[in-house]
Design a protein around this ligand. Sequence first.
Ligand code: ADP
Ligand code: MG
Length: 565
Amino acid sequence: MPSTIPKALNDLLISLNGKGYKSYKILQGKSFQYPPFTLRFEHVQGDPYAAPSRLTLSTKLSEIGLASTLYDTPTKKLALEDHLLRVLHKKVLTLKNKIKGSGRSGEISVQPPSQKVILRSGITISNDSLTLILFAGLPGNGRNVLAKECIHLFSEILPSAWEESISEESIDLDQVRNSINTLEDYYALRNALKQNEWVAFIADGSNLPRLSGISDLPLQNNSVAFLAPDELQAEVNLPHKGKVAGMPVPKGITLIVGGGFHGKSTLLNAIQNAIYPHVSGDGRELIATHPSAVKIRAEDGRATQPINISGFMDNLPSVSSTKKFSTQSASGSTSQAINIIEALEADSSLLLMDEDTCATNFMIRDARMQALIENNREPITPLVDRIKELYQDFDISTLLVMGGSGDYFEAANRVIAMDSFRPIEVTQKARQIVKKNPTSRKIEIKFPFPPIKPRSRDLSALNFQRGKKDCVIQTRQLITLVLGQTEIDVRYVEHLVEEGQLEFCGWILKQLKDRQNFTEKQTETVKDILKEIELQGLGSITPYNNGKLALPRYQDVLAVLNRLR
Ligand code: ADP
Ligand code: MG
């Protein structure tokens, strides 16, 4: 690619020099040829302190040396998009402070990818073309155009950025194939789960721990590789890696026990994260989890619209009926009950729980407490009394980290102990303990767990308008979704991993509100919308592609909706 700026763009920028910053607006909608790329100014910022301008670069894939065999299936296409975005993102990070100017002059970015491989709008392949979206702060001197720096940006910085990341010369085809193979193996592993009635599989050699509590990058030094115990080891056959050994987690109730700091939560977290495929080198590429899995935790303070939690709660003080329970501020135990019911509503068949984030009184009620506080004074039916029923009658598996109580031994189909970061099979041992040391606690169920019935949420609080704007959808990290004047607190929806997913949830809720017709179930409408997106891409429900969207799961869209106050 010639690192020369198209003459038309060069001349235009010279003519703007020193004029008011808004004169940059003349670029909006204009395209320029940078063979083999076409650069288009989609949106031009109004001043140098505003969000950078949005540009698209498009090209035919054959022009950058990518044959159609590298994107002729949805999996390959996704892997290629993800791969190219990562390469470009890495390059763009090196371009800081190369341009002088006020405010955000010279800031360059693309959609930042997490460790997961998910559908995003920052780079899209459609037919034989590639479109990528780039954000660039057009240089200003105060509130005037700074043409010299802008020409520098478009003659050197940007051309060299794509030359060194997504030109034919710089694309490493071996790495591209590796990304494709990694993703194909993950999906094959996910298929193996289905065939074998497993809910998760962790390959031997996987690297589970993360760099820190605030990083999703792998821990590199002193990390103990995962190794399945002999008794539990199984093998799968993957298209690229071939035979891979590891530990399957079969359907049913599985307990993870073990001493503190022995790696229980780390194992559960890896399983929780493996609802998504991971990028090559992450350490979790060969861990797969049932795609409907939902992490369940206590979330005191959350709100709920009317929901039937009577399977877990009965006779709550000053609550008329727990069949239509609503609150602006749930307790630890009620919030956890709500979260389980909502997971069932969202067709989840695997619940993940960690004692670290569960409400104790929701999880257990031991014999001594049963003796002290009579059944009719305790509104809670603890999970320990329902967990088997959820599996037998509703086909809901549970994977539970529980190092602090043996009361789940009776219910468990298998018990795995973590010992110095290595799993050990202890099911038989736990059974013997149950026999030798029978529990004196009583099961306190009074009626069968109520079936899950569809409910209609009141969407009147969903108003996207703010000021003069018809539709405001914004995110604040993965903590808050802002819709018009409404805010939804999503900090405990742990399966949302990229901000683009949260923003996209906002767009889906917009569709839901626009389409609500009171005859169709809301969950069905959400499913319909997601199906359309699958066929037509992320851009199909937004007015334009803002280059920052990512696809959330059905379960997580509902999780966001359910937190509407
Ligand atoms: P637990 O839940 O059993 O108390 P954690 O899973 O929180 O323990 O792990 C405790 C610490 O050990 C964490 O800092 C974690 O990053 C680290 N850790 C976990 N698994 C491994 C491993 N396989 N190799 C090295 N460090 C690990
Ligand atoms: Mg823990």
